[in-house]
Design a protein around this ligand. Structure first.
Ligand SMILES: [Zn+2]
Length: 119
C-alpha cells in the first residue's frame, strides 16, 4: 500500500487517502507560487548536474531569492519532500538516502535513481 504524503510539506500523512494535508496548518498554508518556483529550481539545478550529483537545498533557495534565501530554507525542504513523494528526487545525508519525513540536520538532494523505469 502506497503511503500518502502531504500536498504542502510532503511529510507522510496518516489520514485517509482523500486527505491531501497532514495537518490544519498545512491545509491553511496551501501552496504558493514560491513553492512551485522552489520545485522548479531544484529540478533545474539537478538537471545541470551529472547523474548522482547532489545539491544543497540552499542552492535552490538562493536561486529563487538571492537576498532572502534564508527565509526559504524550510519551504525548500518542503519542496524537496514533495519531489520525493513524486518520485523525482532523493534526500541524502551522510551519503545515505534518508526518510524525508523524519530527516534532521543538513541534507542534500539528488535525482532519484531510475529504478524499474528506463531513463
Ligand atoms: Zn503537511
Amino acid at each position: 500500500m502506497e503511503a500518502t504524503s502531504c500536498a504542502v510539506c510532503g511529510r507522510r500523512t496518516e489520514g485517509p487517502d482523500t486527505d491531501r494535508f497532514c495537518c490544519a496548518e498545512c491545509r491553511e498554508r496551501g501552496l504558493r507560487q514560491v513553492d512551485r518556483d522552489l520545485e522548479d529550481a531544484i529540478t533545474d539545478l539537478l538537471a545541470q548536474r551529472r547523474a548522482g550529483a547532489t545539491i544543497c537545498p540552499s542552492e535552490a533557495a538562493r536561486r529563487v531569492a538571492p537576498d532572502g534565501w534564508r527565509d526559504l530554507m524550510e519551504p525548500v525542504r518542503m519542496a524537496a519532500r514533495r519531489l520525493v513523494a513524486a518520485g523525482a528526487v532523493e534526500i541524502v545525508a551522510g551519503g545515505a538516502v534518508v526518510d524525508p519525513s523524519t530527516a534532521r540536520g543538513p541534507v542534500r538532494i539528488r535525482r532519484a535513481r531510475p529504478h524499474d523505469r528506463g531513463g
